[in-house]
Write a protein that binds this ligand. Structure first.
Ligand code: ADP
Ligand code: MG
Length: 683
């Protein structure tokens, strides 16, 4: 049913383009497009990233340093404006009954007209101490009257893009919410009743504009249920499909793999051997392989992939190896060349940034069967790519291989074996739900030559000592990663941060130490260049944002220092840490904690105590309650917007139960109309 609504004289449909809303011109619409928001409904479904609460103002001296606080202070000095490079630094002093605080903004010269000596405002922001002085950087400011309406409320904070302010987005969402009655609930009635789900409209409203944390939790739970439910509906289709798929590409000759194993400079772990055995019986069996190989960072998943590829090629078929980033794809491409070249395997690299002429050549060679293995990013399964006889698709550190991708390939007459490699530590009970369509091989053991990583959690004062330690490691011929603090607000700022950090640390190191940096704003070519130079050992210290998080392998790197470790999720920290300890040498992970808050330190101490991804995920879970969604997300690599399989494990189980119920009652699944916005959960 498609209703319509008369709004200020304009008939507005929930399906109307966002450009038809009052106050949204082509420019704003283009910005929203960057956020994948095209219609009024998309806007309604655009949920806050977090919420800001506005508490009672506290005294400066009693406020928690390092926290977001509200203070009521009167202006003590004229507003001062200094020009530093291209920045205009705006400062002013204010004080309350307990003490004074320096207020500081960038590029807001108009504040000179706002603040006058003697006036009182409520300032809200992060309080810090610099040079023995309280400082608030870029605080929000309110008059008493304005603040009275904010206090005790929860204000939504939306994930933004440059050029769109939270204020504007909030206002537009409020306007769009007028059409909420048109929002259709596509979850079957019987499921809603059986699990007593809250009405969708109420859930959406309460998620945008909650009145309190408890209500918010309830509303979000309904939306989280929906995400899981639609994901599992797709899983249902997938199970139906793959159970039927016959193996048309039998891989029976595994003799080359035996040669490969004999030539390896190490012996396979038990986990690697078992995974290989599973893959071998799948690929030679009667139905198509659909397997997840799960192994902690550094457990040696790549070697397993290599063996599957080799067997596939030696039996006369093509293989595709997909990675989530170009940098990782590049690394895998080099490994395939190095490891499998001597077996006569012809390999090519295909990424988004590959030159057009080169791409065309690759397409042709692939279709003609002149390339055996293609390594790359998602570009590999685009419509343009035609294969000669693709029999194996491997995705590394990747989410999953969805129904759509499968469909795409089978439409081209391919029904390849699928192998998914993941380091996400996920408890068995959840794995069975999340990967219900896959067989699972778990690699529990690490290569025997590995020494466990030595960890420490330290404060900022330790930095110079850390640099000294790094220098010693560099003099032994090793290499270092430094992960810079994240800047949530913008990619540009993160990039600047990395550059500045890298300049600042030069004074701690002799000139001969080669320092380079890496961030997400660099072009794929630049990133690849830096990563290969680093892999060749020609860079000693690599200062980077988290772009290096996924899968990068340089066994010669022995130290990783993570700035602002408290801002990362434990799973993410564990992945980052996994960049070292990949060779035979003792490796070290230095977690620099920017706060002394007990919870932060407790959380990090979990990592400090263990190098085991499963243990870490479980312990982290114990530390958080089910409503703890304001913190760092645990499983950032799962494709849910709101749901988190760890924190919302109960909802995942409920949704799974609902699917089982529908299956039992022979519900006609084909009648389910998946909401468009839910398709994101599948790659
Ligand atoms: P991950 O499972 O994180 O993808 P990789 O496959 O990149 O790990 O392997 C990490 C490192 O361990 C690589 O340098 C690889 O050569 C090495 N490696 C793999 N298997 C073994 C093994 N059985 N014994 C010793 N080293 C191994
Ligand atoms: Mg890997």
């Amino acid at each position: 049913m498609r209703g319509s609504f008369v709004y200020m004289g304009i008939v507005m449909n929930i399906t109307d383009p966002i450009g038809s809303m009052k106050g949204v011109g082509p420019k704003t619409a283009a910005l929203f497009a960057k956020l994948n928001i095209y219609t009024v409904e998309d806007l309604i479904r655009f949920y806050p990233r977090t919420y800001l609460s506005y508490g009672e103002p506290v005294y400066v001296r009693e406020a928690e340093v390092g926290e977001r606080v509200a203070i009521r202070a009167s202006i003590q000095s004229y507003v001062d404006i200094k020009k530093i490079r291209n920045l205009r630094l705006v400062t002013c002093m204010a004080k309350d009954a307990s003490g004074s605080v320096k207020l500081l903004w960038y590029n807001c010269p108009f504040l000179k007209q706002v603040f006058h000596i003697g006036q009182t405002f409520i300032f809200v922001g992060d309080l810090s101490i610099r040079n023995h002085q309280f400082v608030m950087e870029h605080p929000e400011y309110y008059t008493e009257q304005q603040y009275a309406t904010l206090i005790a409320s929860m204000q939504p904070v939306y994930p933004l893009t440059e050029g769109l302010s939270n204020k504007v987005v909030t206002k537009l969402i409020k306007a769009a919410m007028e059409q909420i009655d048109q929002l259709e609930d596509k979850v079957p009635e019987c499921v809603i009743e059986r699990y007593q789900l809250m009405a969708l409209k109420d859930a959406v409203t309460g998620t945008h504009f909650p009145t309190n944390a408890e209500q918010l939790l309830e509303c979000r739970n309904r939306l989280v249920f929906d995400e899981f439910f639609w994901f599992l509906v797709q899983m249902h289709y997938m199970r139906e499909h793959t159970m039927k798929a016959e193996n048309q590409n039998r891989i029976t000759d595994w003799s080359a793999v035996d040669d490969y194993i004999a030539k390896l400079p190490f012996t396979l772990t038990k986990g690697q051997q078992d995974a290989l055995q599973d893959i071998r019986s799948d690929m030679s069996g009667t139905t198509v392989m659909n397997r997840l190989v799960q192994g902690d960072v550094g457990s040696g998943k790549t070697a397993v992939a290599m063996m599957a590829i080799l067997a596939c090629v030696k039996n006369g078929y093509q293989a595709a190896f997909m990675a989530p980033t170009e940098v990782l794809a590049m690394q895998h491409y080099e490994s395939v060349q190095k490891d499998l070249g001597e077996f006569g395997v012809r390999v090519a690299l295909l990424c988004g940034s590959t030159r057009l002429a080169e791409k065309r050549k690759i397409y042709e060679a692939l279709a003609a069967g002149e390339i055996d293995v293609i390594v790359g990013t998602h570009a590999l399964i685009q419509d343009k790519v035609m294969y000669h006889n693709l029999a194996l698709v491997i995705t590394d550190e990747q989410h999953r291989f969805g129904v759509r991708q499968r469909e795409k390939l089978s439409r081209k007459g391919q029904e390849p074996h699928v192998l998914i490699m993941s380091a996400t530590p996920i408890p068995r009970t959840l794995a069975i739900i999340m990967y219900g369509d896959l067989d699972i091989s778990i690699m529990k053991d690490m290569p025997a030559t590995r020494k466990p990583i030595k960890n420490c959690v330290v404060g900022p004062k330790y930095r110079p000592t850390a640099y000294k330690f790094m220098l010693e490691q560099i003099e032994k011929g090793h290499q270092i990663y430094i992960i810079c603090p994240m800047v949530e607000a913008s990619e540009n700022m993160s990039a600047e941060n990395v550059i500045e950090y890298q300049e600042n640390i030069r004074e701690y190191f002799p000139d001969k130490v080669r320092i380079a940096y890496l961030h997400g704003k660099m072009t794929p070519d630049e990133k690849n260049m830096i990563m290969s130079t680093f892999a060749e050992g020609k860079i000693d210290i690599l200062v980077s944002t988290t772009v290096i998080e996924v899968g990068i392998n340089n066994p010669n790197a022995t130290v990783i220092m993570i700035e602002n470790a408290e801002k990362f999720g434990l799973a993410q920290l564990h992945q980052l840490r996994g960049r070292v300890g990949r060779g035979a040498d003792q490796s070290y992970c230095i977690m620099l904690c920017g706060t002394e808050r007990k919870e932060a330190l407790d959380r990090l101490s979990i990592l400090n105590a263990s190098n085991d991804g499963f243990y870490i995920a479980n312990e982290d879970l114990k530390l958080r309650g089910p409503g703890d969604f304001f913190g760092v997300r645990q499983s950032g690599d799962m494709l849910f917007h709101l749901g988190d399989i760890y924190n919302n494990a109960d909802m995942l189980k409920t949704a799974n139960d609902a699917i089982a119920y529908l299956e039992q009652t022979h519900y006609p699944f084909e009648q389910l109309a998946m909401p468009e916005e839910m398709t994101h959960v599948q790659l």
